[in-house]
Design a protein. Structure first.
Length: 406
């Protein structure tokens, strides 16, 4: 059984000398290399890319000379380490680096499994099977490294890698809101929007959904998916959704050949618990590659346990959604309702779970259809409201949809 491939490791390293930035796009660690000299070279590449964002063979000259004693078993006596580095470059054209990296990773996994099985065979002679199985599972899961704990250097390398990739941010289509968010909806972040009854919570939610350019899931707990999509279709056809109730022929004709280009997926979830909803969201992440999800609205999530206060229940619901978004790298929007006194029941729990929390306000006598957003809390931006009573940032279009526009 083949457990390593020297030529593959050489081709990969030579390719990285030609295109150093490719190291940011492969999931390899020095310990994945079978040959110590290759592991050392790759580790040096990682250090240089973190330090100066690129490298060439000349950057390794002095370092390689100092490694001569460590590599003496690998090189012939007359060979020079610096010469070997240049040979890697000269014998390599432009390989498929991600594919080769995946092959090297596969060999590393094979060696791990092979060593674990061999050790288990020996242990079975003197240890109970259950104990050996536990040791085997620990070995295969890599438990020599404590799960979830990373060194500062590892975190730094992850930051460097992330900076080389485009920001995973999706605009809401509402410029003033995007500006307050620092660009839009960010992967792993949770956003809360709270409003009184009839303030336009669902309208804001489906307006954002309509505007988004990425696949996402709309979890409908109050209005059903057909009601929400009817509003979107009314916006498409430039009529008010109430006209659908009369079922006029012109509406049916307009929709007969209408093609929906939105990347929205719906989950009707009345009476569903947070665990039931998250199961569906997780499935949507895997099957539809959604980038985020909207929960409309938070206080309608069921599953409160006997003896559990409603405040505690809602706090845990909000935190579970936020934890899910962070773990799976998707954004989350939680719509919530305020009571008649303008207070948000369970609001502290929502505030703690959200990276940003907005309050939806009407404009009173200044504008019947105007709305503005009070930024009640933010973990990553300065607090600043989006609009005001006199200067609303959103306007409710009731002739079409309805929907919000600026």
């Amino acid at each position: 059984m083949k457990l390593h491939d020297e030529n593959l490791e050489q081709i990969l390293l030579g390719g990285l000398f030609r295109k150093s930035d490719e190291i940011l796009h492969i999931e390899l660690q020095p310990e994945d290399f079978y040959y110590p000299v290759h592991a050392d070279i790759f580790a040096k590449m990682q250090a240089l890319i973190a330090e100066k964002r690129s490298f060439i063979v000349a950057d390794f000259t002095l370092w390689a000379k100092g490694k001569r004693p460590d590599w003496e078993l690998y090189f012939a006596e007359e060979a020079e380490p610096t010469g070997y580095l240049q040979e890697l470059v000269d014998c390599t054209l432009t390989p498929d680096i991600p594919h080769i990296a995946a092959q090297i990773k596969e060999f590393a996994r094979r060696r791990t499994v092979y060593a674990a099985v061999k050790e288990a065979e020996v242990l079975l002679e003197t240890r109970p099977a259950a104990e050996v199985m536990t040791l085997l599972q620990d070995c295969l899961s890599g438990s020599s490294v404590v799960e979830g704990i990373r060194s500062a250097q590892e975190v730094c390398q992850d930051i460097v890698i992330s900076l080389d990739k485009p920001a995973d941010c999706h605009q809401t289509g509402l410029a003033y809101l995007d500006q307050a968010m620092g660009g839009g909806l960010y992967a792993g972040f949770t956003y809360g929007f709270c409003g009184a009854e009839k303030s336009g919570k669902t309208t804001l939610a489906h307006t954002i959904s309509y505007n988004l350019d990425c696949p996402h899931l709309y979890v409908a707990l109050e209005m059903g998916s057909e009601q929400i999509e009817t509003r979107n279709l009314a916006r498409d056809t430039q009529i008010n959704s109430l006209k659908f109730l009369d079922r006029p022929k012109e509406v049916k004709d307009a929709l007969a050949n209408h093609r929906v280009n939105r990347q929205t997926y719906y989950y009707d979830a009345p009476g569903q618990s947070v665990d039931e909803i998250m199961t569906r969201v997780a499935s949507a992440v895997l099957r539809y590659n959604i980038k985020g999800f909207i929960v409309d609205y938070w206080q309608l999530v069921a599953g409160q346990q006997k003896g559990e206060t409603e405040e505690r229940h809602l706090r845990e619901v909000a935190q579970k959604f936020a934890n899910f978004a962070r773990k799976h790298g998707v954004w989350c929007i939680l719509m919530a309702q305020m009571n008649k006194d303008g207070q948000l029941f369970g609001g502290n729990g929502l505030k703690k779970a959200c990276d940003q929390l907005y309050m939806i306000h009407g404009c009173g006598e200044y504008s019947e259809h105007g709305r503005w957003l009070q930024l009640d809390a933010s973990r990553y931006t300065f607090r600043g409201n989006v609009g005001s009573d006199e200067n609303p940032c959103l306007f409710l279009n009731t002739k079409q949809g309805p929907f919000f526009h600026e």
